[in-house]
Design a protein around this ligand. Structure first.
Ligand code: ATP
Length: 270
């Protein structure tokens, strides 16, 4: 499938630099959700953020998406300031609001249709994406006829249909049962590999983070900040054909899981 990031053409780096976010809370009390956070998601990286509840993960994603301006600091894409949402950044949430009155294809074609893309180009592009997420047989089904895992595939396909440079995902697999979740993790790795998009993903599962990421960032609360980073490449083994079970039970995987977990718990206690 043709995407801007393929054949060695780098997609733009998305950066947060010295970012602070202060929310005004109830009774005049303010909450520092993020303090001096700097993070650059380089071309074709798969960055996963983990951390205790309330450490600012979603706030960071909203900044990168352009949904929320920082109180201070800058967000930039390819060196240009981000001042709002944009088609270069596709966003996927856990409970993505799909349009129940449209078919799978209708949902996926919605963005390109709104952007005024020529019908033939739109059909062709969305057909390829439907194949890529394994929904070809269900293209004409309504959303209410799909399982939870299939709906998440539609959410991802809908984001990909706008050909973003980077996918921003907030707990996309959080609501799925364990078996479906593992299958979707494998699909995410294949999507990342095939499309060469950069990905920024939030999860509460340390195991999921290690399985998916090329880089894990650990955030700690009060105030929210990045405390540790880990580089990992277990997803390469998925792409090489090794089974998820074999990878997740590898002593090297388990050892890293304990190190990342210790970093998360240390931050949560601080
Ligand atoms: N709109 C808001 N107004 C006031 N405070 C907010 C707002 N949004 C988030 N907060 C606070 O900012 C902090 C960071 O919240 P955020 O949702 O970014 O954390 P999170 O790590 O994504 O949490 P979780 O893992 O529970 O989803 C929390 O203390 C939260 O209560």
């Amino acid at each position: 499938m043709r995407f801007q990031g393929q054949k060695g053409v780098p997609v733009s780096a998305l950066s947060a630099r010295d970012v602070n976010v202060v929310y005004s809370g109830r009774g005049g009390r303010s909450v520092t959700a993020l303090s001096n956070v700097s993070l650059t998601i380089e071309s074709a990286e798969f960055v996963v953020a983990v951390g205790a509840s309330g450490c600012g993960k979603t706030t960071l994603l909203k900044l990168l998406a352009g949904f929320l301006p920082p109180s201070s600091g800058t967000i930039s894409l390819g060196g240009k300031p981000v001042t709002g949402p944009g088609g270069e950044r596709g966003v996927v949430f856990q409970d993505d609001a799909l349009f129940p009155w449209l078919s799978v294809r209708g949902n996926i074609e919605f963005g390109p249709r709104l952007a005024g893309l020529d019908t033939a180009v739109r059909r062709e592009r969305c057909g390829r994406i439907i194949d890529l997420v394994g929904l070809a047989e269900f293209a004409d089904h309504r959303i209410w006829e799909l399982s939870g895992g299939m709906r998440q595939r539609v959410g991802m396909a809908r984001a990909l249909a706008n050909e973003p440079e980077i996918l921003l995902m907030d707990e996309p697999l959080g609501a799925l049962d364990a078996l479906t979740r593992e299958k979707m993790q494998e699909l995410l790795i294949r999507l990342w590999d095939r499309t060469q998009r950069s990905v920024f993903l939030i999860t509460h599962s340390v195991e999921e983070a290690i399985f998916l990421a090329t880089r894990i960032v650990v955030l700690s609360p009060r105030p929210g900040r990045i405390t540790r980073e880990f580089h990992t490449d277990f997803s390469r083994r998925v792409l090489a054909g090794e089974s998820s079970r074999s990878i997740k039970s590898d002593p090297a995987f388990i050892a890293l899981r304990e190190r990342v977990l210790a970093a998360v718990l240390k931050g949560a206690d601080a």
